[in-house]
Write a protein that binds this ligand. Structure first.
Ligand SMILES: OC[C@H]1O[C@H](O[C@H]2O[C@H](CO)[C@@H](O)[C@H](O)[C@H]2O)[C@H](O)[C@@H](O)[C@@H]1O
Length: 609
C-alpha cells in the first residue's frame, strides 16, 4: 500500500524524479526521463508493480529525515533498539548515469537492514529477466530497458523480488547504485557513489545559494525553487508540472491526470518566479524552450508539450494499476493537449514582457513570432474555450480567458523596442479596448457587481483572482473589490480556496475535489494588492503550514482528512508560493517605503508584467 502523499520526498537530477516514502520505499520512478514508463509504480498500484525499500529489519525502527542543505539529496536517520544508521538517497547528475544511488551508513551500535527490490518496467506490467552477473552486480532487462544494480552485499532472488540482508556498524558504509541503460547496449559504466554524492551536493549548493532573498520567507522560497529546478529537464529547458501521474484530486475519484509534461501556462508562472529570484539563466533556457515548442502555425499552439516539445501526448488508461488508494483510472498522456485554451497567449506575452523588464535578453526574431500569434488571437478571441482549468465539459466564454486575451494585446501595445512598429501598437491597443469593453459588458454580475466565471453565469471562479493581479482595472475599482469579497464568501471554504463549485457540472466530471493551493496563494496576493497585509500574512502562514516535513506541496488539500491531494510535488503550487512570498515581502517593505509605487511593490505575476 502506498503512503500518504505528504509522506513522500522527491529525489531528482533534472532528468527524472523518484518519490521515497518515510518507510524507505521508493514507490515511483520513471527512467530515463520524467515521462518514460515507470520501473517503480507502487505509488499508483501495489508493491508488485515495482518499488525499492531499504530500511531496518526491525519493524519498530523510527526515522527522521531532511534534505542536506539546499539539495534534493535526502538523509534519513533510523534508530532501532540496537543502534543508529542513516540512508542517503539521491539521483546522480552524471549524463550517462541516470538512476538512483542509496548509501547506508552505520552511526552507532549495529543495525540489521533489509533491501527489497521489485523492478517492473512499463508501468508495473513487465517482469524483467534478472541476472546475477557477479558478486556485486545484477541486471534486469525487459524490452528496451536495462537496470544495473551494483552493491557490495549479496542480493538474492526470492520469488519475483531481489533481497539483500546486511548489518551496518559504526563507520560501515554500504552503497547501492542503480543505473538505467538501453537494453541493446552494454551496461553503463561503474559509478563511484561517493564521488557522485559530492558532485550532487556541489551542484545543489551552487544552485540554491544564488537565490534572491524573500525576507522572512527566504527558506521556504529557496526550497520551492529547488523543487522547481528539480522539475526542470536539463537537456531541453522544459519544466514538468509534476513528476507523477494520477495522484487523485479527490480520494477514490476519477480526477486523475498525468502531469509529466510541460504546460505553457505553468511555465510562464515559473518564469516569473525564476526572474524574481534572480535565476536569469534558467529563465532564458525556458524562453528558448517555449520558442522552439510553439514554433510553426499559431493555430497549432498547444496548451502542453512533451519535455522536448513533443506534440502528441495521447491519453490512455492503464487497467492493471489499481490507482492511488483505489482512485481509478490511472492515466498516461493528457488529452488536455488538444484543447483550446485562450489564456495561453496572454500568459506567454505577459511572461516575456516581465522577463525582458527584468533583464532577460529578448531575441529580435521573437517580435515577428509574437505578431503572427497576435494576428491569430485577434481572429479567435471571441470563441468559447476550455479555460485555465481545462474543463472537459462544454467550452464557455470564461472571463479569465478573455482577460488574458486582453492582456496579450495590452502588453504588446506597450512594447517600445527599437524598430518597433507604432501603427501595430495602435492596432493592438484597439483590439485590447474591444476585448475590455466586451468583458465589462458580459462578464460582470449585475447584482453582485463582481466578475463571473463565464459570460452570463452567476458562478464564481478562483481564476478571477488572477484578473485582479493584472492592471485590467485599478485595485480599488468596485468590481475588483466585489470579486475578492464574493470569492471569500463562495469559494473560501475551511480556510482555503476552491477553484469553482464542481457541483455545477461545468467541468464534465463527477463533483468533488480538494481546495486548490495555487488559488489560495493568489488570494494572498490579492490581499496584498488591496492593502490587507494582516489577512495576507495569516493566509500565507496557514498555507505554508500545509507543506510536508520537507517543504513540499501537492496541488490540492482536503481539509476533512487534513491530507494533501493531487500530483506531487506540483510546480504550480510551489510557484504560487514563491510569488506570494515575494508579494508579501514587497508589500511589507512598500508600507515602510512611501516612495515605492504599487507596481514596484507587487510585481510578482508574469500575468501582470
Ligand atoms: O482538473 C482538470 C484538469 O486538471 C489538470 O489541469 C490542471 O493542471 C495543469 C497543470 O498544472 C494546470 O495548467 C491547469 O490549470 C490545471 O487545471 C489536467 O492536466 C487536465 O487534463 C484536467 O482536465
Amino acid at each position: 500500500m502506498a503512503s500518504r502523499i505528504e509522506d513522500y520526498a522527491m529525489l531528482g537530477n533534472c532528468r527524472s524524479a523518484a518519490l521515497v516514502a518515510k518507510d524507505g520505499s521508493i514507490d515511483w520512478l520513471c527512467l530515463p526521463r520524467f515521462d518514460s514508463a515507470s520501473c517503480f509504480a507502487a505509488l499508483v498500484g501495489s508493491e508488485d508493480n515495482g518499488r525499492w525499500r531499504i530500511a531496518p529489519a526491525d519493524p519498530d525502527a523510527v526515522s527522521r529525515r531532511a534534505y542536506i542543505d539546499g539539495s534534493l539529496v535526502l538523509e534519513t536517520e533510523w534508530r532501532t533498539a540496537t543502534g543508529r544508521a542513516r540512508v542517503i538517497d539521491f539521483m546522480p547528475f552524471a549524463d550517462e548515469q541516470v538512476g538512483v544511488t542509496r548509501i547506508v551508513e552505520g552511526l552507532e551500535g549495529r543495525v540489521d537492514f533489509e533491501a527489497v527490490l521489485t523492478i517492473r518496467f512499463d508501468y508495473g506490467n513487465a517482469v524483467p529477466w534478472v541476472t546475477r552477473v557477479d558478486e556485486t552486480t545484477m541486471t534486469a532487462v525487459a524490452g528496451p530497458d536495462l537496470l544495473v544494480v551494483r552493491s557490495p552485499v549479496a542480493v538474492e532472488g526470492e520469488g519475483l523480488h531481489s533481497i539483500a540482508r546486511f548489518k551496518v556498524g559504526k563507520g560501515d558504509s554500504v552503497p547501492f547504485v542503480m543505473t538505467w541503460g538501453p537494453s541493446h547496449l552494454p551496461p553503463p559504466d561503474v559509478l563511484d557513489p561517493y564521488d557522485a554524492l559530492a558532485a550532487s551536493l556541489a551542484f545543489w549548493e551552487g544552485w540554491s545559494n544564488r537565490c534572491n532573498g524573500a525576507g522572512e520567507w527566504s527558506d521556504i522560497v529557496r526550497r520551492s525553487l529547488v523543487v522547481l529546478k528539480g522539475l526542470s529537464y536539463l537537456p531541453t529547458g522544459g519544466i514538468v508540472a509534476a513528476p507523477t501521474t494520477s495522484l487523485p484530486e479527490q480520494f477514490g475519484g476519477e480526477r486523475n491526470w498525468d502531469y509529466r509534461f510541460c504546460w505553457a501556462r505553468d511555465a510562464t508562472f515559473v518564469l516569473s518566479a525564476l526572474v524574481n529570484a534572480g535565476y536569469h539563466d534558467e529563465a532564458s533556457a525556458w524562453r528558448d524552450w517555449v520558442r522552439r515548442a510553439v514554433a510553426g502555425s499559431p493555430e497549432q499552439l498547444q496548451v502542453l508539450y512533451g519535455l522536448a516539445g513533443e506534440r502528441r501526448l495521447e491519453e490512455f488508461e492503464v487497467p492493471w494499476l489499481r490507482g492511488y488508494e483505489g482512485a481509478q483510472p490511472v492515466r498516461i498522456g493528457n488529452a488536455a493537449s488538444t484543447q483550446f485554451q485562450l489564456d495561453i497567449y496572454g500568459e506567454l506575452v505577459g511572461a516575456f514582457a516581465h522577463a525582458i523588464r527584468h533583464g532577460v535578453v529578448w531575441q529580435p526574431t521573437a517580435d515577428s513570432v509574437q505578431t503572427v500569434f497576435l494576428e491569430h488571437l485577434a481572429s479567435i478571441w471571441r470563441k468559447p474555450d476550455n479555460g485555465i482549468w481545462e474543463i472537459r465539459g462544454e467550452p464557455r466564454h470564461f472571463v479569465h480567458s478573455k482577460v488574458m486575451a486582453w492582456l496579450a494585446f495590452q502588453r504588446a501595445s506597450e512594447q517600445q523596442r527599437e524598430g518597433h512598429d507604432a501603427e501595430l501598437n495602435q492596432r493592438w491597443r484597439t483590439v485590447a479596448e474591444e476585448i475590455k469593453a466586451d468583458i465589462l459588458a458580459k462578464g460582470v454580475d449585475p447584482e453582485r457587481g463582481c466578475f463571473t466565471q463565464s459570460y452570463g453565469s452567476k458562478e464564481l471562479d478562483a481564476s478571477l483572482l488572477l484578473i485582479t493581479l493584472t492592471d485590467f482595472l485599478p485595485p480599488d475599482d468596485p468590481r475588483v473589490t466585489a470579486t475578492v469579497r464574493a470569492i471569500e464568501e463562495d469559494l473560501l471554504v475551511e480556510g482555503f480556496v476552491l477553484r469553482y463549485h464542481t457541483s455545477t457540472g461545468v467541468d464534465g466530471l463527477p463533483p468533488g475535489e480538494g481546495q486548490f493551493l495555487p488559488c489560495s496563494f493568489w488570494l494572498v496576493e490579492n490581499y496584498v494588492l488591496l492593502g490587507r497585509l494582516d489577512d495576507a500574512r495569516e493566509l500565507f502562514v496557514s498555507l505554508i503550514g500545509l507543506t510536508n516535513d520537507l517543504g513540499l506541496l501537492s496541488e490540492e488539500y482536503d481539509p476533512r482528512s487534513k491530507r494533501l491531494l493531487g500530483n506531487f510535488p506540483q510546480a504550480f503550487s510551489h510557484v504560487a508560493l514563491i510569488n506570494a512570498a515575494f508579494s508579501l515581502a514587497k508589500g511589507y517593505s512598500a508600507t515602510a517605503d512611501v516612495h515605492a509605487t504599487p507596481d514596484e511593490a507587487l510585481d510578482t505575476q508574469g500575468a501582470r508584467a
